[in-house]
Design a protein around this ligand. Structure first.
Ligand SMILES: *Cc1c(COP(=O)(O)O)cnc(C)c1O
Length: 354
């Protein structure tokens, strides 16, 4: 039986996408070859890459605004470094809102001065700082739009006169924001876009080419743009499945349509966390993520009862990250409302039984 997959990442994909991918593993577009054994220079894959790049821009509403999309390897973690290589001359400023922001800061410090202008570390990252003032004399401002581990999410892009860089690994394509307020977006595929192995980078070309350092080609956005995201072998299968997921999203009505569904799922779940006396939320109410809901039991002693119930209901991947404990329900784009209802029913049953 197919599980209700609440895993934080790699995570759930749309069921039709999994079936289409399975078919392409057996025979890709009637070529008599698997998607896993064709050349990335084959014209059928070149077309996949072109479509994936343009659809990413289209879904974000960034057509004709000077942006380029790339599908790179090395994960979001490689981007922590690439961003600094390409944009950091002397000093950049970061918001520290969780483990991933902290890792981004650590990596950028290999290349220059990084100032943390805002942090929620004092309360184990359970909120989003509200008072962010981005200085005008830094090279760029970096933030993490959705903190996958802690379940907090920026509701707006902080205003900034300098280039804005955003790690959107766990909420890319999940809601309508003015993406043109962000100059460089990056996102590992494995949360909300596809399988592990590729990372989407969407960058405004005009911010590139301004640093004095020599940039190794593999980290240089301009060399990837010049080669149309084929500077070296891309992650063929991961890019293909990401394209299928983006096509699924477009058919559904795009980012605006999925945002409505995502809000419905999140409010159903948070309503139960707030209503049910056996649960308490982790993240500050006004900063709660639409993608990752973090919560604990009010009485840890009842853990075995709850764990048995959700496992019996076919739920998988609900355990919280070790740095937060408790539970985390990741309800990415591909998660159906029905699965969230199953979880909420289990929470109600737990209240009756415990
Ligand atoms: C998962 C995650 C990462 C790390 O991604 P990798 O692809 O494993 O390097 C970075 N940032 C955020 C917000 C994440 O959720």
């Amino acid at each position: 039986m197919k599980k209700h997959n609440f895993s934080a990442g790699p995570s759930i994909l749309p069921q039709p996408v999994i079936h289409q991918s399975a078919q392409a593993i057996l025979d890709f577009e009637n070529m008599g070859l698997s998607i896993m054994e064709i050349s990335h220079r084959d014209k059928k894959f070149v077309a996949v890459m072109e479509q994936a790049r343009s659809l990413a821009i289209e879904l974000l509403g960034l057509e004709g605004k000077g942006y380029q999309a790339l599908f790179l390897q090395g994960g979001a973690s490689m981007q922590f470094l690439s961003v600094a290589y390409n944009l950091l001359e002397k000093r950049a400023v970061y918001a520290d809102t969780g483990t991933w922001s902290a890792n981004a800061i650590k990596e950028a410090r290999f290349l220059g001065d990084i100032d943390i202008i805002s942090s929620s570390k004092d309360q184990n990252y359970n909120y989003i700082p509200k008072d962010i003032v981005v200085p005008q004399d830094a090279d760029y401002f970096h933030f993490t739009s959705n903190n996958t581990i802690f379940g907090t999410q920026f509701k707006e892009v902080p205003s900034s006169e300098i280039p804005v860089v955003c790690d959107m690994s766990s909420d890319i394509f999940s809601r309508e924001i003015d993406y043109s307020k962000i100059d460089l977006i990056y996102a590992g595929a494995q949360k909300n876009m596809g399988p592990a192995g590729t990372t989407l980078v969407v960058v405004k070309e005009s911010i590139l080419g301004k640093v004095s350092r020599a940039i190794p080609n593999i980290l240089n956005y301009q060399s990837h743009i010049a080669k149309e995201s084929m500077y070296h072998t891309p992650a063929v299968f991961a890019v293909y499945v990401s394209l299928l997921t983006m096509e699924w999203l477009k058919q559904l009505g795009g980012v605006a349509a999925i945002e409505k569904i995502n809000k419905e799922k999140a409010s159903l779940l948070y309503h139960e966390i707030d209503r049910n006396p056996l649960f308490k939320g982790f993240a500050a109410t006004e900063d709660r993520s639409l993608m990752n809901a973090t919560f604990n039991l009010t009485n840890e002693g009842q853990k075995d009862i709850f764990d048995t119930l959700w496992k019996e209901a076919g739920i998988s991947g609900l355990n919280g990250h070790r740095s937060v404990g408790g539970y985390r329900a990741s309800i990415y784009n591909a998660m159906p409302l029905e699965s969230v209802k199953v979880l909420v029913d289990v929470m109600k049953e737990f209240e009756r039984k415990a």
